[in-house]
Design a binder for this molecule. Structure first.
Ligand SMILES: Nc1ncnc2c1ncn2[C@@H]1O[C@H](COP(=O)(O)OP(=O)(O)OP(=O)(O)O)[C@@H](O)[C@H]1O
Ligand SMILES: [Mg+2]
Length: 255
């Protein structure tokens, strides 16, 4: 059984008066195995954020099914969704989503606090994660006192502290300079090598070339995919760039 199975997923947005319909996802099918590192790419408006929001259980699909570890997301009641999200998923966003009124440590503790964990347990879980990410000396600082790269590492720690089955990342390097981007990409690779499954949406060919597989979505469905296999970063970068320009050129035709 795959960790994540997405079948015949459709999402149609209807305007308030019901006059306008946008088919954001027309028919999405893919699965992710435990331990994979998958990037999702596609042009602006192709449905990436819509897909990620549905996978994150922040939005419901119009139809179709999502199984996480065999559990059907649509069967989870609204009242149980946030707990489900905290217990099974980790999130990394482009703009970090850290609370400026909390110091970094309390930001990382937040999902555990919401899960009613004891302070001792939280402290115990914190150490290995922050050591791994190289941010142990930033714990008493506030997010506004940190650089973008440091903030993103704090956000990654917050995503990992609950030991989630799946980390979902939306443009995690979108707001970072190239040095911090490299740092964050290295960390993603490291945590993936340690067994963490990652699904990342990105516009960045560089970020995607670090993943083990890249899915391309176009007009609301998965159009093509590339496995990195034995390719190095540069070779993967080239292949992704070529595929993207082919996708942009070949309007409507499958690669
Ligand atoms: N809440 C909404 N209501 C109506 N239409 C929406 C809504 N959210 C997204 N859309 C539409 O659905 C389509 C897919 O949007 P989505 O945000 O998923 O694209 P994206 O691939 O994430 O784009 P980008 O790369 O620019 O972030 C677009 O046509 C968009 O206008
Ligand atoms: Mg988007």
């Amino acid at each position: 059984m795959s960790l994540l199975e997405v079948k015949n997923l459709k999402k149609t947005y209807t305007s308030k008066l019901g006059l306008m319909q946008v088919k954001a996802l027309t028919n999405v099918n893919f699965s992710v195995e435990k331990g994979e590192y998958v990037a999702i790419m596609g042009e602006s408006g192709s449905g990436k954020t819509t897909l990620l929001n549905i996978l994150a259980a922040l939005d419901r699909p119009t139809s179709g099914s999502i199984l996480l570890n065999g559990q059907e997301l649509s069967k989870i009641k609204d009242a149980k969704l946030s707990a489900f999200r905290r217990q099974h998923l980790g999130f990394v966003f482009q703009d970090f989503n850290l609370l400026d009124t909390f110091n970094n440590q309390d930001n990382i503790f937040l999902p555990l606090v919401l899960n009613n964990e004891k302070y001792r347990t939280m402290k115990h879980k914190l150490r290995p994660v922050v050591n791994e990410l190289g941010i142990s000396d930033l714990m008493k600082k506030f997010p506004y006192e940190c650089s973008g790269g440091q903030k993103q590492r704090v956000a990654i720690a917050r995503a990992l502290i609950t030991d989630p089955e799946l980390v979902l990342a939306d443009e995690p390097t979108g707001a970072l300079d190239s040095k911090s981007t490299d740092e964050v990409l290295r960390l993603f690779e490291k945590i993936n090598e340690q067994g963490q499954t990652i699904l990342m949406v990105t516009h960045s060919v560089k970020a995607a070339s670090h993943a083990k597989r890249v899915l391309f979505i176009k007009d609301g469905s998965v159009f093509h995919q590339i496995y990195r296999g034995e390719r190095g970063y540069d070779e993967m970068f080239e292949t992704i760039s070529e595929t993207l320009s082919l996708l942009a050129r070949e309007d409507g035709a499958h690669v």
